[in-house]
Design a protein around this ligand. Structure first.
Ligand code: NI
Length: 266
């Protein structure tokens, strides 16, 4: 027997039947764990959004009939420390959200950007450098938007479908150049200011309504702690979580570039 024979896979399997059994057992365990951990959000009306795990694709149908809808949105990320924690949480709870990411940060953490999209969330643009567009020149606005679009295109293979200018500051130059529908919000949790999960939770409950777009930031631990309880509580109250595009689609809204949207009430 020469060396090549001895090293071949076939030869190893013939001589070591336990290895074959072991590999089969490992494959079964892998499949079961993967199935149990996978959460696929959604299907409602004509929507069909998948969350895809590395090995398998599962579609878990979720009936949105009669549900109040809410879109959680997270600005200023991705953060290497906190965004993956939030993605884990959303995955575990089968909830989808919208991430208004900064191009500058997306460029640093492309894997987080890809993961968010792969898991059924909507990756949207919060511009490149978080400049206040109300105070910079037209040229600077155009440059920022062009650069951010290129970054997202490079990472995801397409431009972000929606945009949210920093501070919600919008002028005519922004409208004319942003090349996306502008999404603001109807519920401001002030999470960046109070940095307290209970306070964020309280504001969200006070202001929430069917079709709400909720402003949060995925760069604070306290915001993610708040999301952990918000999802369960709002579900108890008959809400379900969708991305902004899903919400718009379910409410029959047509999104146009340069137009501002605050919420999508029924
Ligand atoms: Ni911001």
């Amino acid at each position: 027997m020469n060396t090549r024979d001895r090293l071949s896979f076939k030869n190893i399997f013939v001589r070591l039947p336990w290895l074959r059994i072991l590999l089969i057992v490992v494959a079964i365990i892998w499949a079961v764990l993967d199935l149990s951990s996978c959460t696929i959000s959604r299907v409602g009306g004509s929507l069909d959004v998948l969350q895809v795990t590395p090995m398998f694709r599962h579609v878990r149908t979720r009936d949105l009939d009669g549900k109040k809808l809410i879109a959680l949105t997270f600005d200023d990320g991705p953060s290497e420390a906190t965004t993956p924690v939030l993605l884990d949480l959303l995955h575990q709870k089968s909830a989808t959200a919208t991430f208004f990411m900064l191009g500058s940060r997306a460029r640093s953490y492309p894997d987080i950007v890809k993961r968010a999209e792969r898991e059924g969330h909507l990756v949207a643009s919060h511009t490149m450098y978080h400049q206040n567009f109300a105070t910079i020149s037209t040229g600077a606005i155009k440059d920022d938007i062009a650069e951010s679009r290129a970054v997202f295109d490079d990472i995801l293979g397409h431009y972000p479908a929606l945009a949210r200018p920093p501070y919600g500051n919008i002028n005519n130059t922004v409208r004319d150049n942003i090349q996306a529908p502008i999404i603001l919000w109807s519920v401001d949790t002030l999470d960046w200011k109070n940095k307290d999960a209970a306070a964020i939770d309280e504001i969200a409950h006070e202001q929430a309504h069917d079709g709400a777009v909720v402003l949060m930031h995925d760069i604070y631990e306290t915001s993610i702690q708040a999301v952990d309880r918000l999802i369960d509580e709002f579900r108890d109250e008959g809400y379900e979580f969708v991305t902004v595009s899903e919400l718009a689609k379910l409410r029959g809204a047509t999104l146009n570039n340069g137009v501002i949207y605050y919420n999508f009430r029924p």
